[in-house]
Design a protein around this ligand. Structure first.
Ligand code: AMP
Ligand code: GLY
Length: 437
């Protein structure tokens, strides 16, 4: 089926919809930006949104985790579909609640969100269903965990079980470092309840990449692959962050590997859902380590990646709304989305100090020049006050550009980055660099 007939087929079902996007990051600006291109959407609302979403949507100052406030807004504004960006409202049951009120929502219910909200749940599922992942054990007691860690090979990986803003994972070079991570989680409780259980995991050597797959309960639809740059500083140095930049395709995956990922990860995942009676509908975004023994799952996310979305959606030619609706309606097998074969690169500009303490309220200049250079500027931690756009978070902007080759995409993104200015702006200079391939 050609792209046009596919679009016409889907478009006939419902026209002129109001959509509500939940969240306030670069991912949500990218979702709003892409949904804004849909001919079937007349109005987009965003809660709470940022200065970028405000240019294409109406922002409402309702927190992503205010389930009642979001339900009220969706009802009042006759929203046809709620698209949930972040993990915490999913884990808190936002989709369950909206569905109970008869409001359509994209994203898994709280039960499906456990794949991300509990690493031990995800690990047990993978073990039961033969999905390749690092060997691991779970602990709640500090002394028992240390006794185990003392007997293991290093490096060793210590992970908080729950949602910890990407900061709950330590790759420990030696026992002293593992003990410190265990103490922080289990004794000092720096991650609160998210760290009351920890996973101690075998270290996997290899190269990382990730894949996004829509899952409608029975079938899946794979997006192109991407890779993130999680460390704060060039050369993969410094602390882990939510993500400092992305490249799609990753340059690390060929068709044979994609097929292995489908056969060894997605097929057993979907079979496992049926076997365990888990209903999962939404997006599955596994982080992968490409090891000498094949692809292995580092973690499951149950939502679009940030900043992966900022490189995937610029490559999507088809209507995202069609794909989200087909997922909810169990019709993914009918979808044939069209993708741009070019490479996309996104460089995240941060407030200096991130992921530690950083300043807010700096005026951002140069956004129009950067956009005029051909890049797409996705806002994350920004607010608009009296016509000025100011920083309001650690990750401030994602500067995304396409290019015929990897190096063109990278050069196009950085050409736009240097046109943007705010006090203490920081970014990695090696996003998508060839030497990290
Ligand atoms: P996660 O949030 O579980 O994806 O972990 C965050 C980061 O820690 C990953 O992107 C990897 O760089 C690293 N990591 C996690 N688990 C492992 C592992 N078993 N072996 C090596 N590195 C890991
Ligand atoms: N960029 C990694 C994530 O969204 O979890």
């Amino acid at each position: 089926m050609g792209m046009d007939s596919w679009k016409t087929h889907r478009r006939s079902t419902q026209t002129f919809m109001t959509i509500l996007v939940i969240g306030s990051g670069g991912r949500e600006h990218a979702l709003v930006w892409k949904l804004h291109q849909s001919p079937r959407i007349t109005r987009i609302l965003c809660a709470p949104g940022n200065a970028g979403t405000a240019m294409l949507a109406e922002n409402f100052p309702i927190a992503a985790t205010d389930l009642e406030g979001i339900g009220d807004l969706a009802r009042r504004e006759n929203v046809a579909l709620v698209v949930v960006g972040p993990d915490d409202p999913l884990a808190a049951g936002l989709v369950d609640r909206l569905q109970a009120e008869g409001i359509r929502a994209f994203g898994p219910t709280a039960s499906g969100a456990r794949f991300e909200a509990s690493k031990s749940f995800a690990k047990d599922f993978m073990r039961r269903h033969g999905i390749p992942t690092a060997h691991s054990e779970k602990f709640t007691d500090f002394t028992t965990a240390c006794d185990y860690a003392r007997t293991q090979k290093y490096p060793l990986v210590v992970k908080a079980d729950g949602l910890a803003l990407g900061k709950g994972v330590t790759v420990a070079a030696d026992f002293a470092m593992a003990e410190k991570a265990l103490r922080e989680a289990l004794v000092e409780k720096v991650f609160g309840d998210a760290g009351k259980m920890v996973i101690i995991e075998e270290f996997l050597a290899g190269r990382e990449c990730s894949i996004h797959a829509l899952i409608d309960g029975n079938s899946w639809l794979l997006f192109p692959d991407a890779r993130d740059h999680k460390c704060a500083l060039d050369g993969d140095q410094g602390p882990n962050t939510g993500g400092m930049g992305t490249l799609s395709p990753s340059g690390r995956m060929d068709d044979a590997l994609r097929l292995r990922i489908e056969n060894e990860i997605l097929a057993p995942f979907v079979r496992g859902l049926a076997a365990d009676g888990i209903h999962f509908c939404g997006l599955l975004f596994p982080g992968l380590m490409l090891t000498a023994g094949g692809p292995k799952v580092l973690e499951f996310n149950v939502r679009f990646g940030d900043p992966e979305t900022q490189v995937l959606l610029p490559r999507l030619h088809s209507d995202l709304l069609d794909l989200l609706e087909a997922t909810i309606d169990g019709k993914l097998s009918e979808m044939r989305p069209q993708w741009d074969s070019r490479t996309a690169c996104c460089v995240v500009m941060t407030s200096g100090g991130y992921p530690g303490a950083y300043q807010k309220g700096a005026v951002i200049s140069g956004l129009e020049n950067a956009a005029a250079s051909g890049a797409t500027i996705f806002h994350a931690g920004t607010t608009a006050t009296n016509g000025q756009i100011m920083t309001s978070g650690g990750r401030v902007l994602g500067v995304a550009a396409l290019g015929d080759t990897r190096s063109d995409a990278v050069a196009n993104a950085y050409r736009a980055v240097v046109l943007i200015d705010f006090e203490n702006a920081a970014w990695r200079t090696d996003i998508g660099a060839a030497d990290s391939l």
